[in-house]
Design a protein around this ligand. Structure first.
Ligand SMILES: Cc1ncc(COP(=O)(O)O)c(C=O)c1O
Length: 379
């Protein structure tokens, strides 16, 4: 181990490292954002709490239970059961693991949209499941006939995405639900991003939550549009039976059984999530989401003015802009200080997330640079 440093020296090292981290202003590629100030306060209050040994921390355990009830309410099923995880990856793993455990199969497969987040590839690896990718239709939603054709007797779960990582599209969850109910298969909805956007859009035509009968579990991330602190994920099940299929004996803790993937887990993230949800309420989130959608529309109309079309009309605050030579444009943008990402082939585009930290002023500056770069590239 290194020789001890003074407190000032430690802080100097940390301050220097922190100064190299990017501020969020010009980061248009992330689904994270600055946490709400009340989340930061709550996080600090509960820093040393461990929900993995909840008997020692009944206060924060109660806060987590209240948070799950609030999220359940948002997803149209206040009796839903689950926990605050570390994020979308853990929630997806656990949603599918519950399905696999309940099926009793160890040689199964799952059918997910081609647009699924790469956490589903981790799931295949970890849980020894074949991951079958169903094709997308021209709106970049999963094609139901492609799903049907891939399902067989070994399918332990279907997944649909409510807010795809690259396009912000919502899969036909009611169609997936019909397939799941017909076959008696678990349907997991990955709303890691959409879970804190869709309920506030006022779009009753989009059916994706527990109102859809076949939906068994939902991932929704407070550390994305929920404005909580990292690491805060949400995993909710319709039935307690699924949580029970995840439980293992703990032997030495204050709780006899544990259903979470991680052992020690942060009470701070649950407290931060509770704090933001309790403070903002539905109305507060509606205002934030409206702000993001206004900036999204501003970006899309500005892009159209310089001759660039989005892949789909934005459903939420995710935009994929069709530009020529996308990787080149992306690296030229990075030279100008803008961080955007790209969607995968065969739907390559500039991927932009209009998080609450993205302002109209910065979108205008971004569009100016994008226009200049495209003119250079087209020469
Ligand atoms: C739809 C979707 N699911 C899952 C994840 C993974 O979430 P996390 O990075 O919190 O593990 C993401 C991340 O962007 C996502 O967009």
């Amino acid at each position: 181990m290194m020789e001890p440093l003074t407190e000032e020296e430690v802080m100097r090292v940390l301050t220097e490292a922190r100064s190299r981290d990017l501020g969020y202003e010009r980061v248009f590629s992330t689904m994270c954002t600055r946490p709400h100030p009340i989340a930061v306060r709550a996080h600090q209050m509960f820093l040393e709490t461990n929900l993995g040994d909840a008997g020692l921390f009944p206060g924060v355990a109660e806060i987590e239970a209240r948070t799950i009830r609030m999220i359940g309410d948002l997803l149209a099923h206040p009796e839903a059961v689950g926990y605050i995880s570390t994020g979308g990856t853990e929630s997806n793993i656990q949603g599918i693991r519950a399905a696999r455990n309940a099926s009793g199969r160890r040689d199964g497969n799952i059918v997910v949209p081609a647009s699924a987040h790469f956490s589903f590839d981790k799931i295949g690896d970890l849980l020894h499941l074949e991951v079958r990718k169903a094709q997308l239709d021209s709106d970049l939603k999963v094609d139901l006939s492609s799903v049907e054709s891939q399902v067989d007797d070994k399918t332990v779960a279907l997944a649909g995405i409510a807010g795809t990582t690259e396009f912000g599209q919502v899969d036909p969850i009611d169609g997936l639900s019909k397939i799941a109910l017909d076959r008696g298969i678990h349907l997991h909805v990955d709303a890691a991003f959409g879970g804190f956007v869709l309920p506030f859009l006022g779009r009753d035509d989009l059916k994706w939550d527990f109102r859809v009968k076949g939906v068994s579990s939902i991932t929704t991330d407070p550390h994305k549009m929920g404005l909580s602190t990292i690491p805060a994920g949400g995993l909710l099940f319709r039935d307690l039976r699924d949580v029970m299929s995840l439980q293992l004996d703990t032997h030495y803790l204050t709780v006899a059984k544990q259903a979470s993937l991680t052992g020690t887990r942060s009470g701070a993230a649950a407290a931060a999530t509770f704090a933001v949800m309790a403070l903002l309420g539905r109305q507060g989130f509606e205002i934030i989401v409206k702000g993001c959608m206004d900036v999204t529309r501003h970006l899309v109309s500005g892009a159209k003015e310089i001759g660039i079309e989005p892949m789909i009309a934005p459903v939420m605050n995710v935009v994929a802009l069709q530009v020529p030579k996308t990787p080149e444009v992306r690296s030229e943008l990075a030279k100008a200080g803008w961080h955007v990402s790209m969607s995968r082939e065969p739907h390559r585009a500039l991927r932009i997330i209009l998080m609450p930290h993205v302002t109209v002023e910065n979108v205008n500056l971004f569009l100016k640079d994008l226009d200049r770069i495209l003119r250079g590239i087209n020469k």
